[in-house]
Design a protein around this ligand. Structure first.
Ligand code: GLA
Length: 388
């Protein structure tokens, strides 16, 4: 991102070069392992990316709120006058939802000029929405001296997404983009919110993210369906153990489940969540012990479980993963995020990355007719202010 170009765009849009805006950034995230466990009180292992959302903003001293983005042709102007209501222009709802959370806390928001720019692809499972939410939160926190902690903002952003945007996500994405640390993954217990930064040392390997570029359709409704299937499993298991969520069980409980859960679909969902938590625990252990080969195997097993038991993959993600695994230098590869399209994350020997991308792109296009995008991200820090 070219800061001068971005500032120029800001002045072109809003004028008044004497009043300089302030610059903030929030990353997107990639989850290395621990998928669909967050809303089940389980473990996740995401990292913040060096891609994300930039926000330039300044106070206007009026009651007028002006929002714009370089990504879409969708500006909005509205008066700050009580709580905002949901808009048809979908990206606007992320900042508005966050602003509502500030207002609900009694923090006075006055007029602002805001210009966003994101270099993380939208709706691709890399948390572009959490990134817009969190960049808004850290910027408002600073400009209005709200004194909120990162955790408070993470929770407010999740609430904005659940209640204002209407997507019933867990806490992983907002947490990862809030607490990211350069060159580290975040090992988070989504029940207690205890976390630990685990160094990601890839040595002669690299992270590659591949975007299926599949237009995602019913993601939200399928996501909610999975959530209720997990809740159903917890309900059915009450006569086995009085658990609050599936993550209170572990792999030693698996053989007992069929006695209590007769619906094969619900049983598979529970199996995924319980086995995935176990994989995250082992993944953290082997990552700390520099055993990247086993880490890769666990990534592969995670994807298999998401395909077979959780059923959130599909032809595009499966093609990238199973064709990718056949290529030289691939240590591990899996879908990341909610699934049903979006991206895969792979660990590939650096010397083989060029070949991996070229060959996989060819095979993927042959099979699906779609052209994938590849990213070679670095692991970055969480949301905060940048020098202008
Ligand atoms: C989406 C949600 C997260 C999480 C993942 C699946 O990214 O926003 O809360 O549930 O899906 O792991």
């Amino acid at each position: 991102m070219n800061k001068r170009h971005f500032s120029e765009k800001f002045y072109e849009k809003y004028g008044n070069r004497n009043d300089r805006p302030v610059l903030f950034f929030s990353p997107g995230r990639v989850n290395l392992i621990g998928e669909h466990t967050d809303y089940n009180g389980g473990f996740v292992l995401p990292c913040a990316l060096n891609y994300g959302t930039y926000l330039l903003l300044r106070k206007t001293g009026s009651k007028l709120l002006r929002l714009s983005t370089l990504n879409f042709n969708e500006d909005e102007e509205l008066a700050v006058d009580g709580l905002f209501i949901k808009k048809a222009k979908s990206w606007i709802n992320y900042p508005l939802g966050v602003m509502n959370e500030f207002i609900k806390k009694g923090i006075d928001i006055s007029g602002l000029d805001l210009l966003y720019y994101g270099d993380v692809p939208n709706a691709a499972g890399l948390s572009s929405s959490a990134s817009i939410e969190m960049v808004t939160a850290v910027a408002l926190n600073e400009l209005f001296s709200a004194g909120l902690s990162t955790l408070e903002m993470v929770k407010m952003c999740q609430k904005a997404e659940n209640e204002f945007v209407g997507m019933n996500c867990g806490i992983m994405d907002q947490f990862a983009v809030g607490f990211g640390k350069k060159d580290h993954a975040i090992f988070l217990n989504c029940d207690t919110l205890d976390y630990e930064n685990v160094p990601v040392i890839l040595e002669e390997c690299s992270l590659i993210i591949t975007n299926t570029n599949k237009k995602r359709g019913l993601t939200d409704s399928k996501y909610n369906e999975r959530r209720s299937e997990c809740e159903k499993a917890v309900e059915l298991l009450q006569s086995y153990k009085a658990v609050r969520n599936l993550s209170e069980l572990n792999v030693t409980d698996l053989p007992h489940l069929p006695e209590y859960i007769h619906d094969p679909v619900v049983l598979k969902r529970a199996k995924h969540v319980i086995s995935e938590n176990d994989r995250v625990l082992e993944a953290v252990k082997v990552l700390k012990g520099n055993n990247l080969a086993r880490f890769g195997e666990l990534m592969n097993l995670s994807h298999d479980s998401l395909r077979d038991d959780y059923e959130v993959t599909g032809i595009e993600l499966d093609t990238l993963v199973y064709e990718g695994r056949k290529l030289p230098g691939v240590i591990g590869t899996r879908m990341t995020g909610a699934g049903f399209g979006g991206c895969t994350v792979s660990i590939v020997k650096t010397k083989d990355t060029k070949d991996f991308m070229a060959k996989l792109a060819r095979i993927y296009t042959e099979i699906t007719g779609l052209i994938p995008d590849f990213y070679q991200p670095a692991i970055g820090n969480g949301a905060g202010k940048l020098p202008c």
